[in-house]
Design a protein around this ligand. Structure first.
Ligand code: UDP
Length: 240
């Protein structure tokens, strides 16, 4: 049973449980999809039935943003933990390092995935990054072939939502990978192009504020967040 937050069902899991589930999915034939929606993505799914359908069929749906946690509280069905995509990805890499499982990094501007691979292999000794590709390709076929030829078990697909989830739904099976995770701008963080909020901001659930200070152009996207909580309050009042 998933916890519904404004039309998207979330797995009510801790970070450790999410990683355990991902490791179990890596033992089964794929493809499996993991998504890490934040409020903006939930709102996007509300306007895009195809995307909402893909999320409802995903194997793992993790609450990335603190806004999802607040909305779940307002709705009266609290989620146990926020599971940021980047923390989930990091913990998962820590667990597969040294096991021989093969990770492919897809997305971001040319050069970013390669830099992320170098940083991650240094951070997680024994991690096998079996290939990388930037996210600005015109044809899907060569990218699918590259992932398949690399023998990837796990793919981090970082094309932004909903593009990455739609790409996984359409092409995941052809890649031969067992688990594909939509991770937005994570490769930029792993490559050191964008820094993560300091721990104080993370602890207070204010990562969004740090991001806004660093990238003020996101204000238009973020201005919709209060509306998200208002929608949750409205849904609660209507009893839905
Ligand atoms: N991106 C990409 N291909 C595209 C569009 C976007 O690879 O066609 C990348 C972009 O370079 C960035 C990521 O997708 O690395 C999206 O980052 P954003 O912060 O917008 O995603 P979020 O984490 O908010 O979902």
């Amino acid at each position: 049973m998933r916890t519904d937050v404004l039309g998207v069902g979330f797995d009510n899991v801790t970070l450790d449980e999410a990683v355990d589930r991902a490791l179990a999915l890596l033992e089964e034939d794929g493809p499996h999809l993991a998504a890490t929606p934040n409020p903006e993505i939930v709102q996007c799914a509300g306007r895009d039935p195809e995307f909402a359908g893909i999320l409802s069929r995903a194997d793992l749906v993790l609450p990335d943003g603190v806004g999802v946690i607040h909305a779940a509280n307002i709705l009266g069905r609290p989620l146990r933990a926020r599971v940021p995509g980047i923390d989930f990805a990091s913990a998962l890499m820590g667990r597969i390092a040294g096991t021989g499982k093969r990770l492919y990094l897809l997305g971001a501007a040319p050069g970013v995935a390669e830099q992320a691979a170098a940083n991650l292999q240094a951070a997680y000794p024994g991690l096998v990054v079996c290939g990388t590709h930037d996210g600005y390709f015109k044809e899907d076929g060569p990218v699918i072939d590259a992932i398949r030829k690399a023998g990837a078990d796990l793919v981090f697909v970082c094309l932004g939502a909903p593009k990455q989830e739609k790409w996984i739904a359409a092409h995941g099976a052809a890649t031969g990978a067992r688990l594909l995770v939509g991770l937005g701008g994570s490769l930029d963080v792993f490559a050191g192009k964008v820094d993560r909020a300091p721990e104080g901001f993370q602890r207070l659930g204010l990562e969004w504020l740090y991001r806004l200070i660093r990238e003020p152009s996101r204000i238009g996207r973020m201005a919709k967040l209060p509306l998200f909580l208002v929608s949750a309050a409205g849904a609660r009042l209507r009893g839905s």
